[in-house]
Ligand binder design. Sequence first.
Ligand SMILES: Cc1ncc(COP(=O)(O)O)c(C=O)c1O
Length: 468
Amino acid sequence: MTSEFLYRELEKWLLQGIQEQRWRLGERLPSIRTLCRERKLSKATVQHALQRLEAQGLVESRPKAGYFVSSRSEAPQKPVSRARTKAPQPVTVSELLLDIMRRSAAFDLVPDVNAGEPPPGIVALNRSIGRSLRRQRGGDYQYYDEPTGNLALREQLTLQYTRRGWTAAPDELCITSGCQHALFLALMASCERGDIVAVESPGFYGSLQLLEQLDLQVVEIPTSTETGIDVDALEEALKRWKITACILSPAFATPSGASMPTAAKRRILALAEEYDLTIIEDDIYADTAFGTAPDPLKALDSKDRVILCSSFSKSLSRDLRLGWIAGARWHTRILHLKLITQLASSRYLQQGVADFMEQGDFAAHLRRQRSELRKYRDQLIAHMRSWSFDLRVSQPEGGLAVWVELPESVDTLTAYAKALKDEIVITPGPLFSTSGQFRNCLRISFAHAWDDSRVRALNRLPEYLKPT
Ligand SMILES: Cc1ncc(COP(=O)(O)O)c(C=O)c1O
């Protein structure tokens, strides 16, 4: 075996030891000499593996003392998911999810809170929509808009994507009723009943529901809270089964908030070509980036294999029910399916949002929202650090939630029922998988202002989540 593989092997072994807490936070790792002797490796190989872990912030070297498991609070979290890839299976989404969704609380701890005045961006949006409504012509109400959607809105969207490295013509986009609708169209267009679809695990429960409805099978691919889907595991799965499509959220995946590095995106596209795979890119969180929004996978898609789905639900308003899809080689079929499933989108709403974007109000809204979201994330994480039990919290650079891994003995499904009695809604880990994994995990949102009712709810959580 070459020394390249040897250092990687050692790195993996050490990483696993840290994850399994063979060496706990702040503890010393075996010395370089011990590692050389016990693992039969050269000093250079051992040093290289340790330096790589150090570069990831997982260990730190202390002069004359050796290497220690990093105790820096900002140290990157290890992959939360250690799920193994299981064989494809039919999807059954739990009653629990439907219960949470009925409470329209999947993103909140406290349902039915009057959140006060809307932010300036929403006031401006409402003004634009009002203007658009007043500009309607007398007979407009008697006609549907064209199924592709409003041209001005599609132009504004393509302008946005140009800034993110993807140059598209407005004709490549079709307006939908939100991202969920776009995902539905993407699956309908690219898959047939019984086909196998790969998803991130943990992953978005809305996609799992769609797979169930469309009679598709799922194969869950492990993900890390930092870099997203495990591309090696995806490749393994592609070798074993005929997988038709893969749903991915390269920018701030749900629920982990992970972002895929460019090299991983390129590898995914190469695999898509090799295995004739459709990639369904869920880009809904990209505009919540605390820094610059990452380029979509679609920007690298020279083979027309990536169907991009998104909406304004996370960046602007869930109530708009406006999304879009770039259907790549399935575009014509998708237009037809849009016509069948929705006929058309509301003309005045689309025009209002297009005006809002054209005026620069959307960009201003995003700028304000970004700094607020970052603040809320920091407040939430700082608050959780005061909890008295061990937990790992993801540290996303965008999105609206963190993913929390609690001690193995915690059961978030039981905690859900307890919290509900106090009118607190939590989002338990098993919702993000179809195979009952992640019982000791939780998604907690930082989408809302840090007000008294949420702080009170957060203060109660340790009581429900106490390890047994
Ligand atoms: C990852 C992801 N994709 C899609 C959706 C659905 O979005 P929309 O409200 O635009 O239908 C959501 C909503 O929670 C989501 O989290």
